[in-house]
Design a binder for this molecule. Structure first.
Ligand code: SF4
Length: 223
């Protein structure tokens, strides 16, 4: 099943790439932090303005907070996100680069495990897998994780299951598969080559009900 999933993802997404635009290491970190609860497209529009106006860590850390709030307003939660930009830039400006250090990264305001995994994976090729809402959904539909598993449990299961694969590549493939093919609403199941192993449509439903010799006979099946 593992190879079937990988082969299919390779066939439909042969050249997976991060859809967040960045030119510098800290730009990826900040863009990923900003991407919470919004789309990569909107983040790219905002960071295009943000990183042009404030082209260094020093500039970002000294930026006027009200101006940052105005810039990131389209992303939602803009007070918090603007403050996080300043805090992250201030924490990094003396070092001058994003370190390969999970503890340090997770200590930054607005930076959790998912953002840290994105950074470690994309910048340092570390064998970690960031799980977002798309990847969580795909993993559960394919039966690679249980419906009630937490995000961390999904991450651990996927990392273990695909341990011999390029997890950075797989992260982008699963994310893009969830975003464009296995969508939350109206997934393209008809053309999906994983439908034979997919668990999405398994649900209990009443197939037929009959009354036989005054006894009720229920027959349920999985469709
Ligand atoms: S069959 Fe549908 S739900 Fe299942 S993996 Fe494919 S697109 Fe997703």
């Amino acid at each position: 099943m593992k190879n079937k999933i990988i082969d299919y993802l390779d066939s439909i997404i042969p050249d997976p790439k991060c859809e967040l635009k960045y030119n510098k290491d800290y730009e990826l970190l900040i863009a990923t932090m900003l991407s919470a609860q919004t789309t990569d497209k909107r983040v790219n529009e905002v960071t295009n303005i943000l990183f042009s106006k404030y082209p260094s860590l020093n500039d970002l850390s000294n930026a006027n907070i009200d101006d940052l709030i105005d810039i990131v307003r389209p992303l939602g939660n803009y007070h918090k996100k603007a403050a996080n930009i300043k805090d992250i830039a201030a924490s990094l400006k003396d070092i001058g680069y994003v370190p390969n250090d999970r503890t340090f990264l997770e200590s930054l305001n607005g930076v959790g495990r998912k953002t840290t995994n994105v950074v470690l994976s994309n910048l340092f090729d570390e064998p970690v897998l960031a799980v977002d809402t798309h990847i969580e959904r795909v993993a559960k539909r394919l039966g690679l994780a249980k419906p009630n598993d937490s995000v961390r449990e999904v991450e651990d299961k996927l990392t273990k299951y695909f341990k011999n694969y390029n997890l950075c590549r797989l992260h982008h493939q699963l994310l893009l598969f969830g975003r464009y093919y296995c969508k939350a609403i109206n997934p393209n199941c008809e053309n999906c080559k994983l439908k034979n192993i997919c668990k999405k449509d398994f649900k209990w439903s009443l197939l037929f009900y009959s009354n036989f010799n005054s006894k009720c006979f229920y027959f349920f099946t999985i469709i």
